[in-house]
Design a protein around this ligand. Structure first.
Ligand code: ATP
Ligand code: MG
Length: 153
């Protein structure tokens, strides 16, 4: 299962609930980058971690485990890679898209930083404004290529 959405859209919150309900292994790049001593703002390191988590995902899927990839998957291309990879193993693949107005995302992000849940350099309004122009939201045609979600929380 893939979850896509901008930062603070609630991906990790949803993934934690789904991981219990399905049950599934939840993989979060931010968590891995941080625990490996990296910085979530280091894109090169993040991409390497994501590549490794994807390799692990293919192994887990091959062994019949359900997996939730809950990093942003901003680009259609990234989602295509995951969908086709899962399909080539003959396993189902679902897409969840979390959307919220930019002001709401900024509020949630600020709250998360204030609560100490986010310990890296803070995300600013300027970041959100830039990222919202880069993010490629899935359209109906893309959703039709995925399976209907089986478990809802
Ligand atoms: N539906 C919601 N309504 C209000 N607040 C929410 C909702 N979902 C999550 N939150 C809160 O917003 C903050 C961000 O949520 P979360 O960490 O799940 O986002 P995320 O998409 O995983 O972000 P990132 O991409 O940075 O990892 C958290 O403090 C969380 O408690
Ligand atoms: Mg998260």
């Amino acid at each position: 299962m893939l979850i896509c959405g901008l930062p603070a859209s609630g991906k990790s919150t949803l993934a934690r609930q789904l991981a219990v309900a399905i049950p599934a292994i939840r993989l979060d790049d931010d968590e891995w980058v941080t625990q490996l001593g990296g910085d979530v703002w280091d894109d090169t390191f993040r991409v390497r971690v994501e590549r490794q988590l994807w390799a692990l995902t293919l192994d887990l899927l091959t062994q019949g485990q359900s997996v939730i990839l809950e990093w942003g998957h901003w680009a259609r291309e990234e989602r295509d890679e995951k969908r086709l990879g899962a399909r080539s193993l003959g396993v189902g693949v679902e897409l969840h898209f979390l959307d919220a107005p930019l002001d709401e995302l900024i509020e949630r992000s600020d709250r998360r930083t204030a609560l100490g849940e986010w310990t890296a350099a803070p995300i600013t309004r300027a970041h959100f404004e830039e990222w919202s122009t880069i993010f490629q939201p899935p359209d109906e045609e893309e959703f039709s290529l995925f399976d209907e979600p089986v478990v809802r929380v």
